[in-house]
Write a protein that binds this ligand. Sequence first.
Ligand code: RTP
Ligand code: MG
Length: 153
Amino acid sequence: MSNDERTFVMVKPDGVQRGLIGEITSRFEHRGLKLVGAKAIQLDRELAEEHYAEHEGKPFFEGLVDFITSAPVFAMVWEGKDATHQVRRMVGETDPAESPPGTIRGDYGLDLGRNLIHASDHEDPGSNEREIELFFDDDELLDYEQVTAEWQY
Ligand code: RTP
Ligand code: MG
């Protein structure tokens, strides 16, 4: 478990439209994670289908691609100790109705199809690196010292 694990996070169209980019990103900042990449983009179907390829053929797949391409998203890369697992714990369960208060989905969502945020799956090893590569070029990612780190680790 390294202190510089990187994970991919995306505020979905509902989160952007509801003005929750700041609320969501500030949670990761306050937790002590380091932001190493960020951009607002609108996904085309090709990128959306590749990103959610594991769900191809499932009944919700087309609706999921429709939704995720329907408006801009805010894509980010966060770095820190055990980042992929820790971010997923902060995100909550897939269904916001099953996510405890204190999690992002549990605090801001009610509906499975409108769950505000995507984060790489710690139970799918390599998904973090695969997703970062899919959304970001190397020169869009930063490598810098965060002065608070010595107080955290
Ligand atoms: P995500 O990939 O978006 O971070 O969500 P997740 O890991 O928590 O959940 P996943 O199983 O990867 O599902 C991706 C998205 O598909 C929608 N979904 N709908 N039964 C259903 O109707 C159903 N199951 C999943 C959700 O919006 C979920 O975030
Ligand atoms: Mg997933």
